[in-house]
Design a protein around this ligand. Structure first.
Ligand SMILES: Nc1nc2c(ncn2[C@@H]2O[C@H](COP(=O)(O)OP(=O)(O)O)[C@@H](O)[C@H]2O)c(=O)[nH]1
Ligand SMILES: [Mg+2]
Length: 241
């Protein structure tokens, strides 16, 4: 199984935004100035709300339920803090309930909407509910379907941050070792409270963390080719088995 929580150390210190290269480059590093991110995760975790918080606009439909499961991934690009940000919202999934082929279609749409590729995936999780086996299976499914490479490009974005009250997110994670393992296997983490619309710092800090992830990845982005390669290998291993 591809997912290995202990294999990657989380990097969470903040650094200055890196220099953005404007030169197209053959190894598919960033060739434009837009920061593209895909919201992933279980239905109802706050993906659309987080997209709205990032863009400071009520652009994605909130509270879409199972009836809307056929809805499509959607991309909106806006300037945020002086730079273009492209947010791709996905309809979400419920591993074990949403048909596998439907989940794949949503992800393929999302990657295609990113054109040149994805700088960062935001794996959205709620802080106000228990971390369950379904949540763990969602993470495993994502890593198996996008490949381990996705872990270098993923920031766990916690919503419902107000429930922490006086506790820090680190103190919370210490109480939930499985969740802490997931976070440590990814490239970073961040906390949002989507009800605090006036808190612009939460967005600024997320964008700084995304810049840091970009920097750590040498500006390399997750591309459609990487996804197709993972899918090809999966099909081959199915044939061999
Ligand atoms: N209190 C609180 N509610 C939130 C937060 N994020 C999302 N919600 C609520 O959770 C519900 C589901 O959010 P939505 O963005 O539609 O989730 P999605 O299915 O992942 O896109 C909505 O009622 C939101 O208002 C948050 O940070 N705090
Ligand atoms: Mg949604």
């Amino acid at each position: 199984m591809a997912f290995n929580p202990s294999e990657r150390k989380r990097r969470n210190s903040l650094t200055e935004p890196p220099h953005m290269s404007e030169d197209p480059s053959p190894d598919r590093t960033d060739s434009d100035s837009e920061m593209r991110m895909v919201l992933l995760g279980k239905i109802g975790t706050g993906k659309s709300s987080s997209g709205n918080t990032i863009l400071n606009e009520k652009t994605f439909g909130v509270n879409f339920t199972f009836e809307h499961i056929t809805s499509k991934s959607m991309r909106v690009s806006r300037p945020v803090n002086g730079r273009m940000v492209g947010v791709i919202d996905t309809p979400g999934m419920f591993v074990g309930v949403t048909p596998e082929d439907k989940m794949k279609v949503h992800f393929e749409e999302a990657i295609d909407l990113a054109h040149l590729g994805v700088h960062v995936f935001l794996l959205v999780m709620r802080l106000d509910v228990r971390f369950t086996e379904v949540d763990m299976n969602t993470v495993k499914w994502i890593v198996e379907n996008f490949g381990e490479e996705i872990q270098k490009h993923t920031i766990v974005l916690f919503t419902h941050g107000n429930v922490l009250q006086e506790r820090s997110i680190e103190q919370h994670l210490d109480l939930v070792p499985d969740l802490k393992g997931v976070v440590q296997s990814m490239a970073g983490y961040h906390v949002f409270e989507n009800e605090n619309e006036d808190d612009k710092t939460q967005v600024t800090e997320l964008l700084e963390k995304i810049n840091e992830v970009k920097n750590n990845n040498g500006n390399k982005i997750y591309t459609r080719e990487m996804y197709s390669e993972v899918q090809r290998k999966k099909q081959l291993s199915c044939l061999v088995l």
